[in-house]
Design a protein around this ligand. Sequence first.
Ligand SMILES: [Zn+2]
Length: 269
Amino acid sequence: MNRARKFDAPRIEKGELRLITTPDSFSNSPRENSAWKTEVILAGNWRGATCALLSKGRHHILVDTGMPHEAHRLMEALRERDLHPSDIRMIINTHFHVDHVLNNCLFPESEIYASQQSHDWCCAAYTDLLDEHNWEKLALKYYPEAGDSERTRERMGWLRRFALRWWDVKRLGDPSRFRWMETHPLPEDLELVLTSGHVPGHASVIIHDGNLPTIIAGDAVLTRAHDENILTMIPHNREQFQRDRERILSLPGRILPGHDEEFSNTDIL
Ligand SMILES: [Zn+2]
């Protein structure tokens, strides 16, 4: 089969990549013919996560929202597009690591789509990382492979310092705004795939906007070249992470990694 001629949704394979939702549901909005337009409005790099704006007519969605010190850049990017925070009616969080979610609170009128699994896992992990005396032992609950090497243990220390510096559950947005992906479908032409190697419940977003899709990988693909210097990159499950990454990179289209510039993955055609 020549899978690259035309984009097909990833096949469902047990324990790997799994479709969660696909159907249409922008509540009572008229069907619009235009395709989703995807813009990177905060470019991902080793210090910060990619934040993308999806637009279709009057509908605007943010995928991930960055960290508090990036709030002014985020707002500026919206202003440049004549958008007000109240124009953002939906946020999609790929997962709840601090570099992806801490400006959710700036969009109080937005519904927040994310997986409950990722939310619960990350909230519990950050809470335990803040435990002054037992954090190293507790961290193994979330990162069972962390005891494997000195380097990984060092990274756990970084993760704890990140938690101490930034974790603030209030910045995730009002809990009443959460719409769990497990039960709430996304608008038409947006598709979620579970890429759980990074954290359980991590989701990548596929936007069907033309012949080839746009793929917001989140941290399933940290960088194009698999740079290992991303501070928050410790995978929950290394093998699964590698499978998720390879699977996303096998898709033809425009790929937005979590911590790198976008690139076109058409060379596999
Ligand atoms: Zn992450």
